[in-house]
Design a protein. Sequence first.
Lengths: 111, 113
Amino acid sequence: ETGVTQSPTHLIKTRGQQVTLRCSSQSGHNTVSWYQQALGQGPQFIFQYYREEENGRGNFPPRFSGLQFPNYSSELNVNALELDDSALYLCASSIPPDTQYFGPGTRLTVL
Amino acid sequence: TQLLEQSPQFLSIQEGENLTVYCNSSSVFSSLQWYRQEPGEGPVLLVTVVTGGEVKKLKRLTFQFGDARKDSSLHITAAQPGDTGLYLCAGTGLSGNTGKLIFGQGTTLQVKP
């Protein structure tokens, strides 16, 4: 148990739809990072939020966007879903520069 | 672009055998972390290595960071079925953004009883 929770656990969408994934960080952690993990691969960094501001972004298109709220929870939004967006989406919380603690992930399937 | 290459990608061994997983890069990392991930769960941190040449032990697991901080290895002694899982190495670059972990593609370990 890392204290990081994500919802929903599983989600099925169709191409072109939009999706919002949610992450509650561990108590006291002000930073949330989001990762995409395709089947059989390691996670890839999408972006990080620190005190409600984006603080670094990986090689993902603008249709991947996010928010961080005053309580440091976070959302990942993906517009115009594509088949290749099917993956496990992980969030991790931390107090930089310390260890990131990962949530269990949201499994997104795009049909 | 910093990349981490893990090898082997898949390992199936019998209980009691030893194994080593490698994590290599042409880039220098300020630190390297090893995670273990089980199906349906997020990665769980096993260890962080920071100093070149550093060796850390966690029960039957031994982790080493290369002298040049470009590579790392994970050695498991007398593997047990409970060690089965996906092992991931992840590095923090020298750019200073400690939030951006660069992961290897993972090594799937299966330990048969």
